[in-house]
Design a protein around this ligand. Structure first.
Ligand code: CP
Length: 316
């Protein structure tokens, strides 16, 4: 694997999962493979889990890290080719990526969707320019359209808590006051294709995700009907894809609460975090023993270790 930008970059999804579980069993088992290597971590957006789990994963493999918050610590970057840089953007990504490539052996990047221009977001301007101008592997720590590290951690969590041949897994839209990107939902849908499950999505009218990603998946507009007999409920908000970047309506009645969870088969509750309590899901759902949200965040460390190890191995 040259870069880890999306789940499709993995040579073998199941091998990655096994490696992540191996790391979980003994997190120090490869403590020297990153000796004398440096991971650059650059953030265009905030993070708690991704930043700390990636840092921890790197430390466990003996990798040094350099972290930079690009929004308030670095020069504002220009991504357009051939432009006359007379505005506020002081440095071109060509030089920035070239410089980071000299100091680091790998670079991990977080760059969310702007939600202003669908075409630009789908082109992954930030991530793809770093891939283009870096001479080192690039890792996606959540981009405009994908969050593959989260999806591997979610696959681990489902595997650990599933006790059925073919569980019913529901990805449910949930309310949120702000417009949020599609990255987590997109990668979750892609990841689920590797799991033997009955998978459905439920969202209000107007909130269907990119049809190229949801192709072949049943989408219910009745949330309660979708929840019936479910073994896992994965909650996530996303803004409208058709009316790109818009919050069409708050749809507060879509909050996940005990009453809705009672329609499920005693389902486990999942969310990538951060989560707004009593907006996305009720306190009762989050504080219930069936909530796996902290298990998911724990698995972020091992998922990242599995990716870093493969990138190091493939650099040899
Ligand atoms: N789930 C996740 O990526 O969390 P952070 O945004 O805090 O990194």
């Amino acid at each position: 694997m040259k870069n880890f930008i999306k789940l499709d970059d993995l040579k073998d999804f199941n091998r990655t999962l096994s490696l992540a579980f191996e790391m979980k069993k003994n997190m120090n088992s490869y403590s020297n493979i990153g000796k004398n290597k440096t991971l650059g971590m650059i953030f265009f957006n905030p993070s708690l889990r991704t930043r700390l789990s990636t840092q921890k994963a790197a430390n466990l493999l003996g990798i040094n890290i350099m972290i930079m918050n690009f929004n308030n610590e670095a020069w504002a970057l220009e991504f357009e080719d051939g432009t006359k840089m007379s505005g506020i953007r002081s440095e071109h990504v060509k030089e920035a990526a070239g410089v980071i490539s000299q100091y680091c052996d790998m670079v991990a990047i977080r760059a969310f969707a702007t939600l202003e221009n669908k075409k630009n977001d789908e082109e992954e301007i930030v991530l793809n320019n770093f891939v283009k101008y870096s001479s080192i592997p690039v890792i996606n720590m959540e981009s405009a359209t994908a969050h593959p590290l989260q999806a591997i951690a979610d696959a681990m969590t489902i595997t650990e808590y599933n006790n059925k041949q073919k569980p019913k897994i529901v990805l449910s839209w949930a309310p949120h006051p702000k417009a949020l990107p599609h990255a987590v939902a997109n990668s979750f849908i892609k990841m689920i294709k590797n799991i033997n499950a009955e998978f459905i999505i439920t969202n209000p009218d107007g909130y269907d995700l990119d049809p190229k990603i949801t192709k072949g998946v049943k989408i219910y507009s009745n949330q309660v009907e979708a929840f019936e007999g479910a073994d896992f409920i994965y909650a996530k908000n996303w803004c409208s894809y058709q009316d790109y970047g818009k919050v069409l309506r708050t749809a507060n009645e879509w909050m996940i609460n005990d009453e809705k969870m009672n329609y499920t088969n005693n389902a486990k509750f999942m969310h990538c975090l951060p989560i707004r309590r009593n907006i996305v899901a009720s306190d009762q759902v989050l504080d219930n023993k069936n909530s796996l949200v902290l298990k998911q965040s724990e698995n972020r460390v091992y998922a990242c270790q599995a990716i870093l190890k493969q990138l190091i191995d493939d650099q040899k």
